[in-house]
Design a protein around this ligand. Structure first.
Ligand code: 9D3
Length: 264
């Protein structure tokens, strides 16, 4: 996959994509990132890419002209005609959207800084807007890095370890189960015996039950979209019964710590 990015901070985008599985995907040529800095396309001596907003108000706005030259360069290099603009006004990024983007051959990301980008550029160059969530960050680069990371690890996973991508939280609509490693016994607790049993069917059931239970406790909104089969319904029922019993036991003995996720 080829990813073109228009950004005032090309080093940040490149560096962010150099770590971990995404860095490996890049090193293997599974993803290729080309950055385009509007400042390099400015024509004044100061290489200005921003100006004060018409109508007044705080901050600066990215100008059409340097962006248009950067856009022309992306198109001349064979990039897509229209960009995805990382913006607080965009549709919230989801794993479903990430999977859709990962299937494309080319991506073109546009990062804004300051108060934003002159609307005339957006009208001509953008056909999609993506937000990473309902909070304010100071520019599009961090959001673009998140999009690239989420997509890049799927490219790597597609070749490498299709299993782990499939088992991801959210790709099955559930939160992840707890994980344990050595030692078996520790002052802070023991590893659940089932994980040491070698009984792979029992381990799979335990993990699924934990995933269902945690999703029920922490993200009940996700559970509404999960197509639960008979086994899953039975495992969640078991988890809820055990959770209810454990919670009641704690209420009888106020000295013992309560479940911090219990809102009652
Ligand atoms: C304080 C500035 N705000 C005035 C009400 C508007 C504003 C301008 C620019 C808010 C944020 C930004 C910069 N943010 C992004 O470019 C951005 C973003 C975000 O802030 N939240 C979630 N997703 C994204 S994607 C790009």
């Amino acid at each position: 996959m080829r990813i073109d990015v228009i950004t005032l901070f090309p080093d940040f985008i490149r560096t962010a994509a150099d770590i971990g599985v995404v860095g490996r995907a890049k090193a293997r040529g599974l993803i290729e990132i080309a950055t385009w800095n509007p400042r390099d396309f400015a024509q004044d001596n100061y290489r200005s890419a921003d100006e004060r907003p018409y109508g007044g108000g705080p901050g600066m706005v990215m100008m059409v002209d340097p962006l248009r030259r950067a856009l022309d360069a992306v198109r001349a290099a064979g990039g897509p005609d229209k960009a995805i603009y990382l913006s607080p006004q965009g549709a919230r990024l989801t794993q479903r959207k990430v999977e859709e983007l990962a299937r494309r051959e080319k991506l073109f990301l546009l990062c804004g800084r300051y108060e934003g980008i002159d609307e005339r550029f957006l009208e001509h160059a953008v056909d999609e807007e993506i937000s990473i969530g309902d909070y304010v960050i100071s520019g599009g680069e961090l959001a673009a890095a998140i999009v690239i990371d989420a997509i890049g690890r799927l490219q790597e996973g597609a070749l490498n370890d299709a299993q782990s991508a499939e088992q991801d939280s959210f790709s099955n609509g559930l939160l992840d189960c707890p994980h344990y490693t050595r030692p078996e016994r520790d002052a802070w607790g023991d590893v659940p015996p089932v994980l040491l049993s070698g009984d792979h069917a029992a381990i799979r059931r335990w993990r699924l039950k934990q995933s269902l239970g945690r999703t029920w406790l922490r993200r009940p909104d996700l559970l509404a979209h999960v197509a639960a089969d008979k086994e899953m319904r039975a495992l969640l029922d078991e988890f809820r019964r055990e959770h209810r019993d454990a919670t009641q036991a704690r209420e009888d003995k106020p000295d013992r710590p309560r479940d911090p996720t219990d809102k009652n």
